[in-house]
Design a protein. Structure first.
Length: 148
């Protein structure tokens, strides 16, 4: 959700729900006072094609991308940095969060994206005209930093 900081009017994103894969990340976040929902995902080969199928289940919403990488890989020279705010658990206030991705390679993706389900997320995504997936990142590392 797009917001602005009080006093400075600096643009800032506010996350209502934070999602992550693998239980260890969710448990570590909640242990420090950050609520993180666990998301189930899977990757499989599409039958009789060279495409892959990526499925992500978020509550009552299923996101499915069916496609493949396209073109040549490109070396990533600059980190990708995103930041946002979110409410902590147990009245711990607002957390400032930063995600820094430092992949080695990027590659474009082609394919189709569909949204299934009847949850709030599914309804919002179905109402959106934007259906973009990609790019695919390989190698490198990432750092997720929470501070108050």
């Amino acid at each position: 959700m797009a917001t602005v900081m009080v006093g400075t009017k600096t643009p800032r994103d506010f996350v209502v729900d934070l999602y992550g894969g693998r239980g260890g990340l969710s448990r570590a976040a909640e242990g420090t006072g950050v609520s993180m929902e666990e998301v189930r995902s899977s990757v499989s080969d599409a039958p009789d094609t060279i495409s892959d199928v990526y499925s992500v289940k978020v509550g009552k919403t299923l996101l499915v991308w069916n496609g493949r990488p396209a073109g040549d890989s490109t070396r990533v020279t600059q980190p990708i940095v995103e930041s946002w705010s979110l409410v902590g658990l147990r009245s711990l206030g607002i957390w400032q969060t930063e995600l820094a991705l430092a992949p080695e390679w990027s590659r474009a993706l082609v394919g189709s994206f569909r949204v299934e389900g009847k949850g709030d997320l599914a309804e919002a995504l179905k109402a959106s005209p934007i259906r973009f997936v990609g790019p695919l990142y390989r190698g490198g590392g990432a750092k997720l930093h929470f501070r108050r």
